[in-house]
Design a protein around this ligand. Structure first.
Ligand code: PMP
Length: 292
């Protein structure tokens, strides 16, 4: 990270050494808070409004009062990116419950902490965007919707961290989760799509996947390009026998998958529909969002 990065902390842009929060913050003590990850492409903050809507929905769901209006938050994001002179990069927006006492009760935390970091990111080495990733499915199940709903983009990301650890233990950079019934959910930080006989499938989010904004944009692009798409449940078996598999996420963007649990997907190289959507996605991201 750039030494002179400016971090937004509760209304001020401060040097990164001064961007510190209390150890009594319930975000630190309990993962009590929410976050967003957003990309900037050539000066366009891709679907900023959708990210902020999801942020405010997450806050509402956990009864977290964000002390900024939607427009104030949008301005804070734009100001932070401008202050860091970034035309391309990644924004991490974190709202923690704020400092309180050692008990769980969030009523001891009178004021949330708001942090905005604008930086650069490269989630996977570039060659995998061309060659495709080899991934595994992991034993850890995705959080059930009745426990910690994956729609809440909470600071409690241990479920995803465990998935990442299990992926690394298997020598992979990413992995897929299934839910308690064995239906495929998503990756540690990305949504999953499969292609079979020209049709694209992605799991319905209620099975246990985040309603990803990249996922939504792929659904939109399929419609625009007249590629049939269905949100329907599928299993590991369906993934193994798919013609194409790819993952989507803000940080991951669109990345092909060419092997799952040692089963080669299709002919072992990124497929035609994946490549078409990849191209269309990279055109879209420079058009659809707020300009700096
Ligand atoms: N699933 C999980 C668990 C994630 O953390 C993310 C990244 N935010 C995604 C999917 C992809 O969502 P998006 O496209 O909105 O980044």
């Amino acid at each position: 990270m750039d030494a002179d990065r400016k971090i937004y902390l509760n209304g001020q842009l401060v040097p990164k050494e001064q961007a510190v929060v209390s150890v009594f913050d319930h975000g630190f003590l309990y993962g009590d808070g929410i976050f967003e990850g957003i990309r900037i492409y050539d000066g366009v903050i891709f679907r900023l409004d959708e990210h902020l809507e999801r942020l405010y929905d997450s806050a509402k769901s956990i009864l977290l009062d964000i002390p900024l209006t939607f427009e104030e938050m949008a301005s804070a994001v734009l100001d932070t990116v401008r202050a860091n002179g970034l035309q391309n990069g990644y924004i991490r927006l974190v709202i923690s419950r704020g400092p309180g006492d050692l008990g769980l009760d969030p009523r001891s935390c009178p004021r949330a902490n708001i942090v905005i970091i604008a930086d650069t990111i490269q989630l996977f080495p570039q060659k995998f965007y061309e060659e495709g990733l080899k991934i595994v499915t992991v034993p850890t199940r995705r959080n059930p919707v009745g426990a910690l709903n994956p729609q809440i983009k909470s600071l409690n990301y241990l479920n995803s961290v465990l998935v990442k650890i299990e992926a690394a233990n298997a020598g992979c950079l990413e992995a897929l989760t299934v839910n308690a019934e064995g239906y495929v959910c998503e990756g540690s930080g990305d949504n999953v799509f499969i292609v079979k006989k020209g049709r694209v499938y992605t799991p319905p989010v209620y099975l246990g996947a985040l309603d990803g904004i990249t996922r939504r944009s792929i659904i939109d692009l399929c419609e625009k390009l007249a590629i049939p798409l269905q949100e329907s449940p599928f299993t590991r078996h369906d993934v193994f026998v798919a013609d194409e598999v790819f993952l989507t996420g803000t940080a991951a963007e669109l990345i092909p998958v060419v092997e799952v649990d040692r089963r080669t997907i299709g002919s072992g190289v990124p497929g035609e529909i994946t490549k078409r959507l990849h191209r269309a996605f990279h055109e879209l991201v420079r058009l659809d969002g707020r300009r700096l």
